[in-house]
Design a protein around this ligand. Structure first.
Ligand code: SME
Length: 165
């Protein structure tokens, strides 16, 4: 049995350190990337407060043959399955190769609403050998839920996972 639990008295930086250590422990030596993303989606859901969606989109190929994002393991409500590059917060994160920390999704042009409850969003690209292979996506029902500390914490997680998914 795995019993990873966030410490209720921990600071945000400490919570991310604990999340990183739990993700490292769960994924080290495990070659199945889907299993690793599934466990890390669960950890993010358990460790991070005020989320309504936590998970992954992976780079895949659409019916036209173009690269696009495809839904991966997650916790939360069922979500849109395919996102073209450059579309939505996730597609912009891939195209720019940069973290997108969106205080108010309603003011983000082209935001794709998968759950009407979402107010703010953090999307971090996972890069391997210079190419984006997936993104981590977190949604919150609270406006401005994510800050620079959240971005740094999820970026550290993305780095850890780049060779494990
Ligand atoms: N809001 C995202 C779509 C994915 S859901 O949030 C799970 C976007 O605009 O790309």
């Amino acid at each position: 049995m795995f019993d990873f639990k966030p410490d209720a008295t921990a600071s945000k930086a400490e919570v991310y350190q604990q999340l990183l250590e739990a993700a490292d422990a769960l994924t080290t030596g495990e070659p199945d990337g889907i299993a690793n993303m599934a466990n890390v989606a669960s950890l993010m859901w358990e460790f991070l407060p005020d989320l309504n969606w936590a998970g992954f989109y992976r780079m895949g190929t659409g019916v036209s043959g173009a690269d696009e994002l495809v839904l991966g393991p997650f916790h939360g409500r069922p979500a849109c399955i395919r996102i073209p590059l450059g579309k939505g917060v996730c597609g912009v994160a891939v195209q720019s190769g940069e973290t997108q920390c969106i205080e108010d999704v309603h003011s983000f042009p082209g935001h794709i609403a998968c759950d009407a409850a979402s107010q703010s969003e953090l999307v971090v690209p996972i890069v391997r050998n210079g190419a984006v292979i997936a993104v981590i996506d977190l949604d919150s029902p609270r406006t401005a839920r994510f800050d620079d500390e959240d971005a740094a914490g999820i970026e550290a997680l993305a780095k850890l996972l780049s060779s494990r998914i």
